[in-house]
Design a protein around this ligand. Structure first.
Ligand code: AMP
Ligand code: ZN
Length: 110
């Protein structure tokens, strides 16, 4: 499911600026910020501004947006000083997803 804004969603609140974040990148479609509870020396999240619940909610219309998230990973990782990195997308409660607004984890530096 995708909507413009979900009042209950913490990442929508970060997108709107209602909740602060350690932002590292923003454009018209995407925002990226450091994870509040990092699992690596460098751990940030790349998040579409559009509220899409998970990878499992994505449709063909999200193809370009998904490509954009992935293409940003090496660019932002390099800016954060990472020579290499891991990427992760948790999908669904049983896939370890805690925040139901699509996001790509980028981890590195250990
Ligand atoms: P996931 O399990 O993939 O849904 O991961 C959600 C991630 O969001 C976790 O790594 C959390 O530490 C992170 N997170 C939750 N709230 C915030 C926040 N306000 N700012 C930054 N990261 C957050
Ligand atoms: Zn949201």
């Amino acid at each position: 499911m995708s909507t413009q804004y979900n009042n209950e969603c913490i990442f929508c609140k970060i997108v709107s600026g209602a909740i602060p974040s350690k932002k590292i990148y923003e454009d018209e479609d995407v925002i990226a910020f450091h994870d509040i509870n990092p699992s690596a020396k460098v751990h940030f999240l790349i998040v579409p501004k559009l509220h899409v619940e998970s990878l499992a909610s994505c449709e063909a219309e999200h193809q370009v947006l998904l490509g954009k998230l992935l293409l940003l990973a090496p660019k932002l990782a390099k800016e954060q000083g990472l020579a290499g990195f891991k990427t992760l997308i948790n999908t669904g409660r049983e896939g370890g997803q805690l925040v139901f607004h699509l996001h790509l984890h980028v981890l590195g530096g250990n």
